[in-house]
Design a protein. Structure first.
Ligand SMILES: CC(C)(COP(=O)(O)OP(=O)(O)OC[C@H]1O[C@@H](n2cnc3c(N)ncnc32)[C@H](O)[C@@H]1OP(=O)(O)O)[C@@H](O)C(=O)NCCC(=O)NCCS
Length: 153
């Protein structure tokens, strides 16, 4: 039997429709053409957008942006049927391996009932440093602010 092959590629403009649709389904947002807009000027901005492929099928993605010495993770998602198999961990590792050495901290905001995501980020060494009350809507929920701090030499 053939082994499963998981690969990670940088997104390009051709992926924008898939990314917009996936994000709309998972996060129920109705912001149109976000990725089309970002990817149109991709080489001129500081976004990191990587897609995970399992046997050539797109199964998840991670998006973030470097701002000075900080990196913000905006989204990380895996298709439901492929969760709990370590694929989000692989995407997160990949981002960490490709961050510039100038980055001192990585930040992410998570819904307080999103136990999978909280557990994933804690596993990577993120700590919870604040709560943003009623930050999310549909349903209204607090955001847990998490930070990973790189050790300085
Ligand atoms: C969060 C998400 C990206 C994780 O993807 P994934 O591929 O399942 O993640 P991994 O398999 O790499 O790791 C998940 C970890 O959560 C743990 N976990 C799973 N279900 C859990 C639960 N109900 N409570 C606590 N921890 C849980 C797993 O045990 C695993 O840790 P382990 O490797 O130590 O076993 C995925 O659930 C998802 O796409 N959710 C919807 C989008 C989302 O909420 N994204 C986060 C926005 S920042």
């Amino acid at each position: 039997m053939q082994d499963n092959i998981f690969c990670i590629y940088e997104a390009n403009l051709k992926d924008s429709e898939w990314l917009d649709k996936f994000e709309e389904n998972i996060f129920s947002n109705n912001r149109k053409n976000i990725y089309k807009n970002i990817l149109t000027s991709y080489k001129d901005n500081d976004y990191f957008i990587f897609i995970g492929f399992l046997n050539r099928l797109k199964i998840g993605y991670i998006v973030g942006r470097a701002i000075h010495d900080e990196f913000n993770i905006y989204n990380l998602a895996i298709l439901e049927q492929y969760r709990n198999k370590g694929f989000a961990s692989k995407l997160l590792c990949y981002i960490f391996e490709h961050l510039s050495r100038e980055i001192n901290s990585v930040y992410v905001e998570v819904r307080e009932t999103n136990f999978q995501a909280l557990s994933l980020y804690r596993k990577f060494g993120f700590i919870e440093y604040n709560i943003r009350e009623n930050y999310y809507s549909f349903p209204t929920e607090n955001a847990i602010l998490m930070q990973y701090k790189f050790q300085s030499d």
